[in-house]
Ligand binder design. Structure first.
Ligand code: NAG
Ligand code: NAG
Ligand code: NAG
Ligand code: NAG
Ligand code: ZN
Length: 490
């Protein structure tokens, strides 16, 4: 008996250490479609029970946050340290919007985030005037496109597409318009977009109508008819508090952190299951898998970002609050925003000179080995990697495409559990898990943070972006990639 005890302990110890050994293959094996789907089902259910969305400033976000916390903060409390990082940002909600056409008919109309209110209760009733269509530069986005147009006291009819909607509304205001009726550049239900909090007070109210209605009104105007229409927007603005969820493995070197991020908020228009329930679910399953390993050489940190859809607010708040010392410890950032698009285009983020090659290569290798046509695409300004790139932190990630042809339900109410390619989501989540494990085991080949790429004013710029948003708006307007937030302002 005496000798049996140390033997049992030795046996136990050797068993524990072998099963405890982290490996990419073990993480890969633990991630499965059923668990990924279950998270999405729950997020969809949360949206359904909270007005159809999980957006910043609304109860669906809190419920989504509770769902994550029940796991990482409660069930994983022995293996993970979790904290909430709070911030305030301007919240806008359109409580009511209507457009009444020239024949007294109610027209289907959609609002945009940060829309301006019209006078209430009657809204604006005014003559409609047309503006020229320019599909190459975008319509009514440049001063010269307004030459000879006196919109004073009128509602301006403008075609959507190509350039930032906020620019159209700014020029409309400058030319005296009381509001804009924006007609969609593609058929179907107009998608949501953001005018951005930075433009509050600079824009006229807008209602987005369907393409066919806009075309008919434009034709009637050019035939010389006088059309009078009504636009009503009942919108509120106020500061609301939101938060990021940050959780990290207790195990691992705190001076060498591998960081995975996905945004937890949706747009107000829908439940956000591909955007970004997909990344949210993947991170949750990867964290669940890491929970079983204690010998993690490099610490793994996960963030579920808040208010991404309002302009990357949560992640910019986080990155702009980091000290130099803390930023140095983050060795690699991986972004997973929209990784389950129904018709996936497997894009791996990689920029020359950003130092993210090791992670990008590992993601690409995994997807190619799984038989997927993955390719490298450059970062845009479209998701939560922006703040990390600005700090010179090596980064990569996966993005499977927003809008047609990859995801027809982008920013729409149909971004539900039906809007997911399960096979793609599973493979991407496994790729993300495998690469997280590889980097957690070894950061060989990952360069230190490139501080020469960091403009001394960069931190101030990130701060400025939180309120001004100029950089991102400009980048997005000039982006030629399929970066998803370039659509979000167009
Ligand atoms: C957000 O604003 C409210 C009201 O001004 C304030 O009480 C709260 O402390 C703010 N939160 C943060 C994180 O700044
Ligand atoms: C929205 O505005 C329209 C037009 O004024 C009005 O008929 C309708 O009752 C309003 N709806 C709500 C929910 O306030
Ligand atoms: C524009 O139209 C308004 C009202 O129709 C008029 O008062 C104003 O003088 C016009 N402005 C110019 C520059 O023509
Ligand atoms: C660091 O960034 C600068 C500016 O983007 C670039 O010129 C340089 O090659 C980078 N250095 C490394 C080691 O990647
Ligand atoms: Zn997104």
């Amino acid at each position: 008996m005496k000798s049996a005890v140390p033997l049992a302990i030795a046996l136990l110890a050797s068993q524990t250490s072998s099963t405890d050994l982290l490996s990419p293959e073990k993480i890969e094996a633990e991630i499965n479609t059923i668990n990924l789907q279950r998270n999405l089902w729950n997020l969809n259910h949360i949206a359904n029970g909270n007005g159809g969305n999980r957006a910043f400033g609304l109860p669906g976000y809190k419920a989504s946050s509770d769902y994550i916390l029940e796991r990482v903060q409660e069930r994983f409390a022995n293996e993970f340290d979790t904290s909430l990082q709070y911030f305030n940002h301007t919240f806008e909600q359109t409580r009511n919007i209507s457009v009444t056409g020239p024949d007294g008919e109610d027209v289907l109309v959609k609002t945009l985030l940060y829309n301006s209110p019209t006078p209430l209760p009657g809204g604006i009733t005014a003559q409609l005037i047309d503006t020229p269509v320019d599909d190459s530069r975008g319509s009514a986005c440049f001063e010269d496109q307004w030459t000879g147009i006196n919109a004073s006291g009128k509602l301006a009819l403008v075609k959507r597409g190509t350039c930032a909607i906020a620019d159209k509304l700014k020029l409309a205001k400058g030319h005296g318009a009381l509001g804009v009726i924006l007609w969609n550049n593609i058929a179907g239900e107009p998608a949501s977009a953001t005018l951005s909090a930075a433009n509050i007070g600079l824009l006229v109210p807008v209602g987005v109508i369907q393409q066919d209605v806009g075309q008919v009104w434009s034709a009637r105007l050019s035939a010389g008819e006088e059309l009078v229409v009504n636009l009503l927007v009942d919108a509120i603005f106020e500061q609301r508090e939101s938060w990021n969820i940050i959780t990290e493995t207790k195990a691992g070197d705190p001076n060498n952190v591998v960081f995975l991020g996905a945004h937890l908020d949706s747009v107000q228009a829908g439940p956000g299951i591909n955007d970004d329930g997909s990344g949210t679910s993947a991170l949750l399953e990867i964290a669940s898998a890491f929970r079983h390993y204690k010998n993690i050489p490099n610490k793994v940190r996960f963030a579920w970002w808040g208010a991404e859809e309002s302009g990357l607010i949560g992640s910019l708040h986080y990155t702009s609050s980091l000290t130099e010392v803390e930023a140095d410890k983050i060795r690699f950032y991986l972004n997973y925003d929209m990784i389950g698009s129904p018709f996936p285009i497997y894009t791996i983020y990689k920029n020359d000179g950003q130092g993210g090659d090791v992670g990008a290569q590992a993601l690409l290798d995994y997807l190619v080995a799984a038989g997927k046509p993955a390719y490298y695409g450059s970062f845009g300004s479209s998701s939560d990697y922006v703040g990390f790139l600005q700090l010179g932190i090596p980064a990569s990630g996966i993005f499977t495409g927003a809008g047609a042809p990859a995801d027809f339900c982008y920013h729409l109410s149909c971004d539900t559990t039906a809007n997911i390619n399960e096979e793609s989501l599973t493979i991407n989540a496994k790729a993300a898990g495998v690469v997280a494990a590889k980097l957690a085991l070894s950061l060989d080949g990952v360069p230190p943070r490139n501080k020469t790429s960091v403009n001394p004013r960069s931190r101030m710029q990130i701060r400025a972006m939180l309120t001004m948003w100029n950089v991102v708006t400009e980048d997005a307007a000039h982006a030629h990639s399929c970066s998803h937030k370039s659509q979000n302002i167009v």
